[in-house]
Design a protein around this ligand. Structure first.
Ligand code: NAD
Length: 382
């Protein structure tokens, strides 16, 4: 099996699909690894680090794709890259199958096998492959640092000769992986943290990190699906959350929003009214901008300052701003996933495997994932 990693081409994308530590590990498993020169530079890895780990580093990008059995990419490559791959070869990465299914249509005609890391099931066996959690961890952490940088206040409670400095108050909306990491980071900086999530199960986790969990009566409706994700709420249930959040935003210095429902538009959590009720100088970080945003006034990748002096940021690719660790975690996730496709150095795709089958979008010219098939108006392969 030959795995190829190219330099990512999306502007601002500094991550890389494999880091040298993973190359070293894969090279002991009868796997050949070819890396495009400079692929790791943005993340802090030199070509010589890859060579020392056992990779073949080349500047000839055009030769890499036709020779690949597997392409590991952080971002979905363009259609022209896919067209350069051989039929039957494999593409793995953040392919955005549910948000942008049409972009994967070329893989059908080209007979590529595509695995979207977003679809890797969150079962115990696949924990080491969970790239969504890896990136959410990085993003939750970085969001707090950005909030701290924009806030005209400090985070910790300080007792100084000039008197006491009150700690910052942080409100986190959505307490999944990113939200919990944001809570932990804000707590480490000394903030007082409140958090809201529709899943009652999140409450214990928020409390264990030293945060206060905000509860609202949603009338006993099911808010969580079998996979542990939030369900899309009725407008009434959503409204109750919005009212609670509007009230608590008034006293927050920073609001970090992470609420998401897989394959759906992000729920609107912080209305214009809520932002207008916030204090001058306070900061909002909307981490759901790529799926429509949780904040009415946020604009993707822009800094908005409202009339009442609230700064709103909605970074689209925060993980890429911590490229060393984001790449390291992603690379480890991919190395674990590759174990499922490697049989004694040969590519072996077992669609009956519950992780391989579930994460596959297209295989042998057919769409395998039913949601993607329905979005593309084709029938899903059985
Ligand atoms: P996510 O990114 O899909 O959503 C982020 C959070 O937003 C979730 O906690 C969700 O409940 C919340 N949310 C959605 N709609 C909301 C609304 N209207 N108001 C408030 N909050 C709202 O979620 P995620 O971080 O990927 O994790 C989802 C779940 O999966 C969590 O329970 C997490 O612990 C679990 N998980 C399990 C594993 C595993 O077992 N391997 C790995 C990762 C995550």
């Amino acid at each position: 099996m030959r795995i190829v990693v190219l330099r990512e081409t999306l502007p601002g994308e500094a991550r890389v699909g494999l880091v040298p530590e993973s190359v070293k590990k894969l090279a002991t498993q009868k796997i050949e690894i070819a890396i495009e020169a400079g692929a790791g530079e943005g993340a802090g890895f030199n070509d010589s680090d890859y060579q020392a780990a056992g990779a073949n580093v080349t500047t000839e990008r055009s030769q890499l794709l036709p020779a690949a059995d597997v392409l590991i990419a952080v971002q979905r490559p363009s259609a022209s890259y896919m067209a350069a791959m051989r039929p039957g070869s494999v593409l793995i990465g953040f392919l955005r199958p549910l948000d942008e299914p049409a972009e994967l249509a070329p893989a059908i005609g080209l007979k590529l096998t595509t695995f979207a890391v977003e679809l890797i099931p969150r079962i115990t066996r696949a924990q080491a492959m969970d790239a969504l959690s890896s990136m959410a961890t990085v993003v939750g952490y970085k969001a707090v640092l950005i909030a701290a940088e924009h806030l005209p206040r400090m985070f910790p409670l300080l007792m100084t000769a000039a008197g006491t400095v009150a700690p910052a108050r942080v409100l986190v909306l959505g307490a999944g992986v990113a939200g919990l990491q944001a809570i932990a980071t804000a707590r480490r900086l000394g903030a007082i943290v409140e958090a809201y999530d529709v899943r009652a199960a999140a409450g214990e986790q928020v409390k264990s990190l030293g945060g206060k969990f905000l509860e609202v009566d949603l009338g006993g409706i099911a808010t969580e699906d079998a996979g542990g994700y939030a369900r899309e709420l009725s407008p009434e249930a959503l409204q109750r959350g919005i009212e609670l959040v509007t009230k608590h935003a008034k006293t927050a210095d920073a609001v970090i929003t992470t609420a998401a429902v897989p394959g759906r538009r992000a729920p609107l959590m912080l209305t214009a009214e809520a932002v207008n009720g916030m204090r001058r100088g306070s900061v909002v970080i909307d981490l759901s901008a790529s799926t429509g945003g949780n904040v009415a006034l946020s604009r993707p990748d822009e800094v908005v300052v409202t009339n009442n002096g609230v700064t709103i940021l909605a970074p689209l690719n925060l993980a890429a701003t911590v490229p060393y660790h984001a790449s390291q975690l992603f690379s480890r996730n991919m190395t674990s996933f590759i174990q499922l496709l490697n049989k004694d150095g040969q590519l072996n795709i077992d669609m009956t495997d519950d992780v391989v089958g579930a994460s596959c979008v297209t295989h042998q010219g057919q769409v395998v994932n039913p949601r993607v098939a329905s979005a593309l108006s084709v029938s899903a392969a059985k």
